[in-house]
Write a protein that binds this ligand. Structure first.
Ligand code: RB5
Length: 142
């Protein structure tokens, strides 16, 4: 499975942590984020990850900024992107089951790296339930 990951300057450490975990578990990871502490603008990274994820069916995106808020807003401006900002496991699970989220947004300043790994694992291993949720997800795309 291919994962597009992107981050601003606040998310470098978390990105590296997640990237190592994913590569060690056999995922193909495309790193679109910044790699230094020099301040950058999160909208550019949210947009880039979202565009590439949407253009590559079957892939997923992960976006990281300080809170996850700004970069999730940016990602969701891209048609076909369904970025879910998750701080705990239940929303990571439901974002897949109900919303068919294709991008996970994380806040590096508000959750620990080990917690982020847990959210990533749940997000990537949970299937969309389809059924009554399909119509609603189609409405999002429209
Ligand atoms: C950068 O200082 C910070 O504003 C950004 O990482 C993010 O938290 C925005 O939502």
């Amino acid at each position: 499975m291919k994962i597009y990951i992107g981050n601003d300057h606040t998310g470098v450490e978390m990105k590296d942590f997640i990237k190592n975990h994913l590569v060690n578990n056999g995922y193909e990871v495309i790193d679109l984020g910044t790699n230094t502490q020099q301040s950058v603008d999160y909208p550019n990274f949210g947009k880039d990850v979202a565009q590439k994820t949407v253009a590559d069916p079957g892939s997923f995106g992960i976006v990281i900024c300080g809170t996850g808020i700004g970069i999730s807003i940016a990602a969701n401006k891209v048609k076909g992107a369904r970025a879910a900002l998750c701080y705990e496991q239940e929303t990571a699970k439901l974002s897949r089951e109900h919303n068919n989220a294709n991008i996970l947004a994380l806040g590096a300043r508000v959750i620990a790296n080990h917690k982020a790994i847990g959210l990533v694992d749940i997000f990537l291993s949970t299937e969309f339930e389809g059924d009554r949720h399909s119509k609603r997800v189609d409405m999002l795309n429209d």
